[in-house]
Write a protein that binds this ligand. Sequence first.
Ligand code: C5P
Length: 239
Amino acid sequence: MSWKEKLIIALDVSDAKQALGIVDMLGDYAGVFKVGFELFVSAGPKVVEEIHKKDKKVFLDLKFHDIPNTVSKAAVAAARLGVYMFNVHTSGGLEMMKRCRDSVAELCLKENIQKPKIIGVTALTSLDNEILKNELCIQHSLKTHVKHLASLALKSGLDGVVASPHEISMIKQHCGKEFLVVIPGIRPSWVPPDDQRRTATPKEALRSGADYIVMGRGILKQEDPIKALELISLEILTA
Ligand code: C5P
């Protein structure tokens, strides 16, 4: 799998036309395009259909977090949209994740739909140890917290987790090589971290074993996104 197939570009815009323009511009550079809150709330499921018409895969990043019944129904709707991947918050608990997985598996079998990858969000990459302790009152370290949530996702039968670049090897060691790790918080060396706190460069994340890296501002906020991608590619491919 080439590194470009592992690249997920975050379509963090509010306008479908702009999003589809990005897909056209960067279609040859990325395997998957991510539709998150901003785009989905503004443009609705139609934008997902439009991306599919361009033969591109979609990661629906709506981070479902609700009671098991509500999440499993939202998950079924996501699977019916034909997305490649979607996510739920692991902190919704074991039953929520299991019911989500079971409902999706049942639907896909019944309606002959390709089963989407279900990914659990562990701790957001905008959190650090201080926030965890002082704001969320979680007394153990971020690493311990992420390890625990990743184990819960594994136990629930999810396909993998979203975590920070700093936790990749720990998750692979603990949950096995096949358990997917999807990594945001990616910043090329020449781009500021913005609101992300646990970051790494694309090369560092891929070297640590990331199955997918998610990039938004590190590409789309650059003056020339294609040039930025070529620089990143050069950095990754040089030893
Ligand atoms: O612009 P940037 O590369 O920081 O964007 C990262 C993307 O990944 C955003 O769309 C954000 O919502 C998403 N994301 C994240 N941290 C997570 C899960 C998703 O940054 N834990």
